[in-house]
Design a binder for this molecule. Structure first.
Ligand SMILES: Cc1cc2nc3c(=O)[nH]c(=O)nc-3n(C[C@H](O)[C@H](O)[C@H](O)COP(=O)(O)OP(=O)(O)OC[C@H]3O[C@@H](n4cnc5c(N)ncnc54)[C@H](O)[C@@H]3O)c2cc1C
Length: 510
């Protein structure tokens, strides 16, 4: 057993996209701070942030139907869509700043232009999509959106999806070309390379086992070096728990009152990946459908063109499922050990409320490959079983808490920052919209935990993120400027040329 003990300003637990983003923001705002990272796996971006473990959608509400809902009076509520889009613009600006400042290079390794489309069938859904389109298209953030219910147009937009469909079935789609495919795994690794180059001490195979607040308000963090089974003790003024699904357990270990009465519900994900290059070549978009009745919002079916490891591929899913693990590399006891005396009634209430969801997830997990192919064929009528194989994606742990509106044990589908009153520790829980909004969420962590520094930091934040604190919806000129400049910095405007370039490389490989 070693007696290694250190003191630093900041400890980041977990090497996913959230810690990578917070560390990178801190390096710009307080370069003198000493930062340590502890990650239990052997590499960064290996859990949910990994490119095979999430869908890689730059969520900006351009195609995800669950970010808009119909109000009882029949009008469309687009407030969530605006919020998610504005948050993605914040991410684009920070990534552009890092590229322009030469802190990370080759943005094409992590972000690609990719048309985003929504596709629906049936009269009711077509009417919903049309109404959604009409509500969004007058907003500057969604101005480029197109709508069509003409089969010929849809065939042009998504030939693979329209192939084999009868033209008397009502169908419609919206399309917007300024969507993106983001490789969050590559982004996380680029950010950690940058942090390591700038004296951040990144420790892999180091699992955080416990946290305790010292009498001076700092945190004592107990860490196991899993390579040689040594225990180490590290102290920091501020701790960020960015442990993905495991954040809840560590938050509970911290004992802060803000972490009480919160539970977690794990939902696993599976994709079908297409292995036939001829089929892959016929699709160039992210196409989102409508969630089935009873399905949770994170299992909205979508067919995505992805570029992973310089190879173009197609993924369909995610199929939701149930596993008690809180991480892909987690333990079968994660769910059971997350139940504590303070969240017991919350968990029991949630269990009773969510019986239909649990049944749905168990049914999903029991599906055979052929049953999954049937779901895929609702999207791609001519899909052949031999062209598709199953890929296990990441685990999402949805937050369960008591709310005023919905009562005890309510399942939340968003991302939540839980921080101590004294600002000495914060944890990130939940997984949606997730990585796309990492920059805004980490700015929220800074605002909650370092209110005394915000005034001093504001000019630098505005240099990095010109829209900081400003609504882009209400400032269309600023939006257009920012959208154009970030597209240039992130190489998103070379659209056709760039995709062709990649496709040529892929064809060479095939
Ligand atoms: C199926 C699926 C699809 C998704 N699709 C999208 C999408 O299209 N777009 C999008 O924006 N988001 C998407 N997300 C969400 C997104 O992947 C997550 O929000 C994001 O990756 C979370 O990052 P993180 O850094 O919080 O967690 P993670 O990437 O999971 O990283 C947490 C890290 O903490 C480490 N860790 C855990 N416990 C400890 C410990 N005790 N000590 C040390 N280290 C520890 C883990 O090993 C891991 O490396 C999706 C997620 C899933 C599961």
């Amino acid at each position: 057993m070693s007696n290694k003990q250190t003191k630093s300003d900041v400890i980041l637990i977990g090497a996913g996209v959230m810690s990578a983003t917070l560390g990178s923001l801190m390096k710009e705002l307080a370069p003198e701070w000493e930062i340590k990272v502890f990650e239990k796996l052997g590499n960064s971006g290996a859990e949910s942030s990994n490119e095979w473990n999430n869908a890689g959608t730059g969520h900006a509400a351009l195609c995800e139907l669950n970010y808009t809902s119909e109000k009882p009076d029949g009008s469309m509520d687009i407030s969530k869509a605006i919020k998610v889009n504005e948050q993605f613009q914040v991410s684009r600006q920070f990534w552009s700043y890092l590229v322009k400042s030469d802190l990370i290079r080759r943005p094409q390794e992590f972000i690609m232009p990719m048309p985003h489309m929504s596709y629906v069938q049936g009269e009711k859904n077509v009417n919903f999509l049309k109404k959604r389109y009409e509500a969004l298209v007058n907003n500057p953030l969604f101005q480029e959106m197109e709508f069509s219910d003409e089969p010929e147009k849809l065939r042009e937009w998504m030939p693979l999806i329209m192939d084999g469909r009868s033209s008397d079935e009502p169908t419609a789609a919206t399309k917007i070309d300024s969507g993106t495919d983001v490789n969050f795994g590559a982004l996380t690794r680029l950010l950690f390379d940058h942090l390591k180059d700038n004296n951040v001490d990144v420790n892999y195979q180091h699992s955080v086992e416990n946290l305790k607040q010292a009498s001076d308000g700092s945190w004592e963090v107990k860490v196991r070096d899993t390579a040689n089974d040594n225990i180490e003790h590290h102290n920091a003024r501020f701790v960020f728990i960015g442990a993905g699904g495991k954040s809840l357990h560590l938050l509970q270990k911290s004992g802060i009152p803000e972490g009480k009465n919160i539970g977690g519900f794990p939902v696993s994900g599976l994709f079908m990946a297409c292995s036939n290059p001829e089929v892959v070549e016929q699709h160039q978009a992210k196409v989102y459908g409508k969630a089935k009745v009873g399905a949770p919002p994170m299992s909205v079916p979508h067919l995505d063109t992805r570029y992973i490891g310089n190879k173009k591929t197609l993924l369909f899913g995610p199929f939701a499922g149930f596993s008690p693990k809180f991480l892909k590399a987690g333990s079968m006891f994660d769910l059971a050990t997350s139940v504590k005396p303070d969240n017991l009634t919350t968990m029991i209430a949630s269990g009773a409320k969510n019986i239909p969801l649990t049944k749905y997830l168990i049914k999903q997990v029991m599906q055979s490959k052929e049953q999954r192919m049937e779901e895929l064929r609702e999207f791609l009528p001519n899909a052949k079983s031999e062209d598709w194989e199953l890929v296990t994606a990441g685990q999402r742990v949805q937050v369960i808490k008591d709310t005023e509106d919905s009562g005890k044990g309510t399942l939340q589908f968003g991302t939540e920052v839980v921080s101590a009153d004294d600002g000495s520790i914060a944890a990130l829980l939940g997984a949606s919209p997730g990585a796309s909004t990492a920059v805004q969420v980490m700015l929220d962590v800074l605002e909650q935990c370092f209110p005394q520094n915000m005034k001093e930091w504001e000019p630098k934040i505005k240099e990095m993120i010109p829209s900081y604190g400003v609504s882009l919806t209400e400032n269309p000129e600023l939006f257009r400027e920012i959208h154009a400049s970030t597209a240039r910095a992130l190489h998103l405007e070379e659209d056709q040329e760039h995709s062709l370039d990649i496709e040529e490389k892929v064809l060479e490989k095939v």
